[in-house]
Ligand binder design. Structure first.
Ligand code: Y39
Ligand code: FE
Ligand code: FE
Ligand code: FE
Length: 231
């Protein structure tokens, strides 16, 4: 079984090319985990009835950040955090604007659906091609990310009728940013043996499933997905 899934034996984790690409991808993950930590603290303030649970999720995100910092150190790579901040600036800005307006549905769509699905796709595709140290860390992290996605699904399912219009608008505004982000890192991801097509496929499967779980019908999911692509 290990032989079938582990493609990492062909990768030179210490080549300059690998480490250069890793300095950006590792930074994206570290910055993403930091922003996810902050986003769940803000969500805890917006949703007092789920405060304890959301603080728990925010603490998991800090642990993820520490784990990925260790992955960078293990390969003697310095993460390019400036690049990563710019990489997330669009989603970050949209989350902050929504939070300031108390738009909890938009905040949940951005963090608990879009960003969590992006993380799950990236980590699933990374695990079979990661170095041994990073693979163990990432396997632990991805389990947590499914539980974060689940939080968003459950809340939005319970409030589906009154959230639907805001979800559609938030999807239209934020899904195109994901394609832009994916294109921006496609070359670096490829250097880490992660194919863009595989990332897109995994993301669309996770995101489509999530939309279905909260109550969208299949034809609506197709429309929501296409809006993202076309914009
Ligand atoms: O909820 C979370 O922990 C998510 C913040 C972390 C985001 C990870 C973003 C991964 C994108 C990597 C792109 C690699 C091709
Ligand atoms: Fe911030
Ligand atoms: Fe995380
Ligand atoms: Fe998460």
């Amino acid at each position: 079984m290990q032989q079938l899934t582990d493609q990492s034996h062909e990768i030179d984790f210490h080549s300059e090319k690998y480490k250069d690409a890793y300095s950006r991808i590792n930074a994206i993950v570290i910055e993403g985990e930091q922003e996810a930590h902050e986003n769940y603290i803000q969500l805890a303030q917006l949703l007092p009835e789920s405060e304890q649970e959301l603080i728990r999720l925010s603490k998991m995100e800090s642990r993820h950040k520490k784990g990925f910092e260790a992955c960078g150190r293990n390969l003697q790579v310095t993460p390019d955090l400036q690049f990563a901040k710019e990489f997330f600036s669009g989603l970050h800005q949209n989350f902050q604007t929504a939070a300031a307006q108390g738009k909890v549905v938009t905040c949940l769509l951005i963090q608990s659906l879009i960003i969590e699905c992006f993380a799950i796709a990236a980590y699933n595709i990374y695990i079979p091609v990661a170095d041994d140290f990073a693979r163990k860390i990432t396997e632990g992290v991805v389990k947590d990310e499914y539980s974060h996605l689940n939080f968003g699904e459950v809340w939005l399912k319970e409030h589906f009728a009154e959230s639907k219009a805001e979800l559609e608008e938030a999807n239209r505004q934020n899904l195109p940013l994901v394609w832009k982000m994916l294109n921006q890192v496609a070359d670096d991801a490829k250097t880490l043996a992660m194919e863009k097509e595989a990332l897109i496929e995994d993301f669309m499967i996770q995101y489509g499933e999530a939309l279905g779980n909260i109550g969208f019908k299949t034809f609506e999911i197709m429309r929501l997905s296409a809006h993202g692509l076309a914009a």
